[in-house]
Design a binder for this molecule. Sequence first.
Ligand code: ADP
Ligand code: MG
Length: 680
Amino acid sequence: FIQALQLPQDERDKEQKAPELTEVQKKKLDIEETKKSLPIFPFKEDIIAAVREHQILIIEGETGSGKTTQIPQYLHEAGFTNDGKKIGCTQPRRVAAMSVAARVAQEMGVKLGNEVGYSIRFEDCTSERTIIKYMTDGTLHREFLSEPDLQTYSVMMIDEAHERTLHTDILFGLVKDIARFRPDLKLLISSATLDAQKFSEFFDEAPIYRIPGRRFPVDIYYTRAPEADYVDACVVSVLQIHATQPLGDILVFLTGQDEIETCQELLQDRVRRLGSKLKELLILPVYANLPSDMQAKIFMPTPPGARKVVLATNIAETSLTIDNIIYVIDPGFAKQNHFNSRTGMESLMVVPISKASANQRAGRAGRVAPGKCFRLYTAWSYKHELEDNTIPEIQRINLGNAVLMLKALGINDLVHFDFLDPPPHETLVLALEQLYALGALNHHGELTKLGRRMAEFPVDPMMAKMLLASEKYKCSEEIVTIGAMLSVNSAIFYRPKDKIIHADTARKNFNHIGGDHLSLLNVYNQWRDSDHSTQWCYENFIQYRSMKRARDVREQLVGLMQRVEIDMVTNVSETADIRKAITAGYFYHIARLSKGGSYKTVKHNQSVTIHPNSALFEELPRWLLYHELVFTTKEFMRQVIEIESKWLLEVAPHYYKPKELEDSTNKKMPKTIGRSQMTE
Ligand code: ADP
Ligand code: MG
């Protein structure tokens, strides 16, 4: 002890620093080794040469081969960023953009946000120095507004093209057009699967570069009968694998955060009860709203003797690759947005995946060694019930947002836009009608001044309209808060299994009789008054991270409001004005109480139900506005407020006729009808 203390200064320094240095060196070596071991590595020079030679290149390679993380680095090393221009790479998912950027920054030994950065909606982690930029496809779509020729980029890689998200599909048309008058811009379209030929044809026969994959065989197992509760079936399967199968990590595909949390709790619970009989099991979730430090955990190597189980959404299907997965559990479902162009209703629902998806999922088990995939459905279902391919988003979702963006880019003739697969005609027409009703387009289909302002906001047109309408109703402070809270909505209230009653009581304290939007406003304002305290969140069963995110989003929205010159004012006395501003944006989402206490949408008479979590669940007001529909056992309206029918004539005179809004509950229906029938 004493001797150690008496060591001369420089000696002690050495002793402390020496191991640290080797740690860093070791890490660097590790990274070099890993990079070299990727399937793409032997083709590095080849790929660089191909990019030099061709302006547009289609790249196809098995998931995990290194396309996303390596190609931008290769091109950077080859000098494509020398003239001060950037390499851009789009991702359909936020989590992927963040996680991949973090990885590449680490590989290049730079701080995230400097040379390597990412940009996603409401969050820009880039700087003047950024030369490799990952972003969501939606973000690039918006960048066209300020930089229509992508002048600051030397290379643009449209990645995960096979996912065929709406934004990616529209980007295809936009970048193809730009490539014509910017011969110096290199375009890469990269994809995991079989669509390469189709992409090549679209991009005027651009050459296809195939990265030979390495794949080990994966044995597929089916259940004998359909599973009634697939979350429970997942839990049982994980434990069975853990108890009976050799070590190797497990990947479970679930449909969303709620399910993942339920599954996580069930698993933790059972593992705890089984005690020390089992080897260590690390349970790690990954979904879009998961904070990034938690996301990073899924990539940490599993300690020797332990097993990791990753509970993931579709994100792990192709966007993220987790090494050392040997077992995959696939219940066969995913959450999808569905739009019914007949009723104009859009809703989020859990649907069976396609065969292509099922095969991608199974493939995740065979990256490092032979693997096993457990499908929690029958072989018969796979064969007869699953579609071959997932329908591209452009053919199944509401196009309001996309159409507004295209109009803002000056693209007026949407029918002749260069789509890889065109959207259904009626969906396009409906989007135009909706934008017209919102006041974003005039009757020639041209963007109005209001429409131009709406396009400034990276939100859907209804929310943009709501934000702008707050000017008229003098409640911009409140509406911006509501907009921010709705943007993070699913993860605000915390409901741990062992404290459900406490959590629900806490939640009820925020309830506002006007409806859920106002309850959310209460939550935010009380949190703000607590000085944004973590303790307050803890005591009130509120997720602190979500609130922090709401605060970030709010700040950005305030900035955008200033940009379109709307003053931030508050209206504390009248919640009716706040609700009118909301109605000005969401007048499409109106339901009316009908006989027997059920709700029907006004225009199309579809049955809808108030979500049990709502403050109005037991109130049953005559007229309701809902924020969104979620389909589980039936169509649930999530986040509802009470409105007055006459407001609809005030905010949407083009859309509603007084006759449609006559209050059926005022008429003495059954008797009168009966009598008049008798007399006739
Ligand atoms: P592809 O785009 O071809 O599917 P990627 O470039 O995404 O392949 O992945 C290449 C490798 O990088 C994989 O082994 C993956 O596990 C690793 N990787 C990607 N992101 C991270 C991360 N955030 N942390 C650690 N490893 C990562
Ligand atoms: Mg990738």
